[in-house]
Design a protein around this ligand. Structure first.
Ligand code: SAH
Ligand code: SF4
Length: 428
């Protein structure tokens, strides 16, 4: 979502007469957009300011979740002129103007008014073959470890017509792959586009939104992320089975495989309920594959409780996973819990879990050998003439080609598999 926000900010500033610098050393204005889901975000920000600031720098603006968390305290770093929240970046041109003209030398703008932001942004420009589209922001789930509800704010869904118009304009400009994003896309409930006289406007859920977007001309691949297991519906599983452009892949973070920990995290489901959804999903849509996020060392987690997480990971056999040591976030309920786990134990558990997760990843990479995969190429590889792309399951596929493949779909016959990628030949 920060990538998405940053692109929209760039378009906004370019529309207001600013230009993208070729190199950071030539930039008059530096904008740092931050995430503080895990530790040391403020320290990382301050050290990056130190590294990137130079004799040309006239304005330093800092935005996102660190701004939201630090409030006035952010100005303990003397070089920062503007600090803006994730819901306030549409006012950036105004703020930068005030700093450049000397009207002000410090501006703090961390208001939460989500509906406003999207109404003040220009249409998407400099469009790529693969783009994100925010459909929903903020979160009302209040998992006890998480800062998102405090930094991104309460849950807000964009109207369905706003989302569809943005997708249409991207497709008209050559985008092939769209990823609908939100902190919890399954809770999407945007205002419906069609209004009959005398009828209440009504809302669309994610399921309806996906069905409509999947029909749009020019769309080759549709993804969405992130899903909350408790809100994942049977209907959405069916849509995966019926909709060719929707990838047979779902990121459904489980965090832990132990019921007591899941309850302490306030996740709203048990391990078995999660597994039941995975089994049902596989029955409805046999080619579905999964990825997940995990947190190890949540306060009071015992060795046995951690083992339940490893067991669940083995049972599901995820294609890709993201795993983290629990990180204490100020003002969250888990931060105040007794029984914080020492860093050394967290690190040990993370290493054990990651071994299991990597084994699953290798299993899925090996399973591709001898198969043909549809790949969207994203970038060059390290070696000359090497190109790297993704299949529907977000597995990295490497090929050699004399032609530039970036932004192109190709069918690739997979010959070799490694830990993090597979290699193959383009099928003529
Ligand atoms: N809304 C999504 C996740 C958003 S944050 C969901 O509920 O699944 C992305 C991931 O960061 C989370 O899934 C979680 O695994 C991790 N995360 C969030 N807060 C964390 C914390 N305090 N410590 C460690 N990992 C955390
Ligand atoms: Fe954070 Fe996700 Fe929980 Fe919301 S659902 S509080 S974003 S982990």
């Amino acid at each position: 979502m920060n990538v998405y926000d940053a692109r929209r900010m760039a378009d906004l500033l370019i529309n207001n007469g600013y230009e993208k610098a070729n190199d950071v050393s030539e930039a008059d204005i530096l904008i740092f957009y931050t995430c503080n889901i895990r530790e040391r975000a403020a320290q990382k920000l301050f050290s990056n300011i130190g590294i990137l600031k130079n004799k040309n720098t006239k304005v330093i603006a800092v935005g996102g979740c660190v701004s939201q968390t630090e409030k006035e305290n952010i100005f303990r770093h003397k070089d920062i002129n503007i600090s803006f929240g994730a819901q306030a970046y549409h006012r950036l041109p105004e703020h930068i103007g005030e700093i450049l003209s000397g009207v002000k030398n410090r501006i703090l703008d961390i208001e939460f008014d989500q509906t406003q932001k999207f109404n003040h942004l220009p249409e998407r420009q400099n469009v790529s073959f693969s783009e994100f589209v925010t459909i929903q922001e903020g979160c009302d789930n209040f998992c006890t470890y998480c800062v998102v509800p405090y930094t991104r704010g309460r849950e807000y869904s964009r109207s369905a017509s706003d989302v569809i118009n943005e997708v249409k304009s991207l497709l008209a400009n050559g985008t092939k792959e769209i990823t609908l994003i939100g902190q919890n896309v399954n809770s999407y409930h945007g205002e419906a586009p069609y209004i009959s006289i005398g009828q209440p406007k009504g809302t669309w859920r994610l399921e309806r939104l996906i069905r409509e977007i999947a029909e749009l001309d020019g769309l080759k691949r549709l993804r969405y992320t992130t899903s909350h297991p408790k809100d994942f519906t049977t209907e959405l599983m069916q849509i995966h089975a019926e909709t060719p452009v929707l990838v047979p892949f779902a990121h459904i973070p489980v965090q832990s495989g132990n019921d007591r920990i899941l309850k302490a995290m306030n996740r709203g489901h048990t391990a078995q309920e999660y597994l039941d959804k995975i089994i049902k999903f596989r029955n409805i849509c046999p080619n579905i594959q999964f990825s997940s996020d995990f947190i190890v060392g949540f306060p009071t987690e015992t060795e046995e409780e951690f083992e339940d997480t490893v067991k669940l990971a083995e049972q599901v056999n995820y294609t890709i996973s993201f795993s983290f040591k629990y990180s204490r976030r100020k003002n969250t309920p888990a931060d105040k819990m007794p029984g914080q786990i020492p860093e050394t134990i967290k690190a040990k558990r993370l290493a054990i879990l990651q071994k299991t997760l990597i084994n699953s990843q290798i299993y899925h990479n090996n399973a591709l050998i001898g198969k043909t995969q549809e790949v969207l190429f994203e970038r060059r590889g390290r070696k000359p003439n090497q190109y790297i792309g993704k299949n529907v399951y977000l597995q990295s596929v490497i090929v050699e080609s004399q032609n530039n493949l970036i932004g192109e779909f190709r069918k690739v016959y997979i010959e070799k598999a490694g830990e993090n990628s597979v290699m193959g030949k383009i099928v003529k």
